[in-house]
Design a protein around this ligand. Structure first.
Ligand SMILES: Nc1ncnc2c1ncn2[C@@H]1O[C@H](COP(=O)(O)OP(=O)(O)OP(=O)(O)O)[C@@H](O)[C@H]1O
Ligand SMILES: [Mg+2]
Length: 256
C-alpha cells in the first residue's frame, strides 16, 4: 500500500448550532487523485478549510506524512508541500496573468534567498519559472492579458498555475470546474490528470459533476450533511446502494 500523505481522523467543525463537518476520516495516499463529493452545504469546503489550516477543527486530527498538523497555520502547511485553490477564484482580475504568477513565484522562499543575484539574472530566473508554470496549463499565449479578460476556464487554470508556484506535493482544488461549460471542464480535467501523471502530484478535489469524479478520481468520499455517507473506489461508489438512494440517483450513475 502507498504511503498515507494526508489524513483526517474524525475531523469535526461546527458553526454555532450547525454541524458543518461531523467526524470525517479520510486517508489520502501519496500519488492518488482523491475526490470529495456531496450536495450543496454537505461540508466539503469546510472540510477543505480544516485540512488546509483555514479552520482549526473542533474535534479530530489532521496528519501530514504522519505529523500532527491539526493546529498548524496555513502558511506552514504550504511550506510542508500543501497548496490549495478556492471555490471562488482568488486571483487578481485587474492584473495580467504574468503579474498574478509573479506574486506566487516571488513569494517562494527559494527565490527570495537569491536576492544578491544581479536583478536581470533574477528576473530571468523568475520569468523562466513563470513560463514553465504557464506552459503546464497552456496559458503562455495569454500571459500579458488581464485575468478579467480570460474565460472562466482560463481563470481557473491561472489559479491552478499559481497554486503550483509553491512547488507542492499535494494540491487541494475546491470545485475547479464549477460553472464551466463542457469544453472548459475537459481542459481542467486534462490538467488535473497532468498534475498527477506528469508532475507526480497528489490531488484532492471537490466536484459536483459525477461523470468527472468517476472518470478522474481513484478514491472518493461522499459527504452528506456533514457526515461521511460512503467511501471507496469509483466502482464501489457507483455501485453503492446507499449513495444511489441518498444522493446520486440511479439515472446519473447509469449514464456514466
Ligand atoms: N463560516 C461559516 N459560518 C457559519 N456557517 C457556515 C460557515 N461556513 C459554512 N457554514 C455552513 O456549514 C455547512 C457546510 O458548508 P460548506 O460550505 O462547507 O458546504 P459545501 O459542501 O462546500 O457546499 P457547496 O457545494 O455549496 O460549496 C452549511 O450549512 C453552511 O451554511
Ligand atoms: Mg463548497
Amino acid at each position: 500500500m502507498a504511503e498515507a500523505l494526508l489524513e483526517a481522523k474524525n475531523v469535526s467543525k461546527h458553526f454555532g448550532g450547525v454541524v458543518a463537518v461531523n467526524s470525517v476520516s479520510v486517508t489520502i495516499e501519496q500519488g492518488s487523485i482523491y475526490a470529495v463529493i456531496g450536495p450543496n452545504g454537505a461540508g466539503k469546503t469546510t472540510f477543505f478549510n480544516a485540512l488546509s489550516g483555514f479552520y482549526i477543527p473542533d474535534g479530530g486530527q489532521v496528519l501530514y506524512k504522519g505529523q500532527d498538523i491539526t493546529t498548524m497555520p496555513n502558511w506552514q502547511r504550504v511550506q510542508l508541500g500543501m497548496s490549495r485553490t478556492f471555490q471562488t477564484p482568488s486571483i487578481f482580475p485587474e492584473l495580467t496573468v504574468y503579474e498574478n504568477l509573479l506574486i506566487g513565484v516571488q513569494s517562494q522562499q527559494k527565490i527570495a534567498f537569491k536576492l544578491r543575484l544581479p536583478s536581470a539574472a533574477r528576473k530571468k530566473e523568475i520569468d523562466a519559472r513563470i513560463d514553465e508554470l504557464l506552459g503546464f496549463v497552456n496559458l503562455v499565449h495569454l500571459k500579458d492579458r488581464p485575468v478579467a479578460e480570460l474565460s472562466h476556464g482560463s481563470q481557473r487554470l491561472c489559479e491552478i498555475a499559481m497554486s503550483l508556484s509553491v512547488d507542492p506535493t499535494i494540491v487541494l482544488l475546491d470545485e475547479p470546474m464549477a460553472g464551466l461549460a463542457e469544453a472548459e471542464t475537459e481542459r481542467i480535467m486534462r490538467v488535473i490528470r497532468d498534475l498527477h501523471d506528469r508532475l507526480g502530484l497528489t490531488v484532492l478535489f471537490v466536484e459536483h459533476n459525477m461523470r468527472v469524479v468517476l472518470s478522474l478520481a481513484d478514491h472518493i468520499t461522499v459527504l452528506d450533511r456533514g457526515a461521511m455517507l460512503a467511501q471507496g473506489t469509483p466502482s464501489e461508489i457507483s455501485n453503492s446502494q446507499t449513495v444511489r438512494e441518498a444522493y446520486l440517483g440511479q439515472e446519473v450513475l447509469n449514464r456514466v
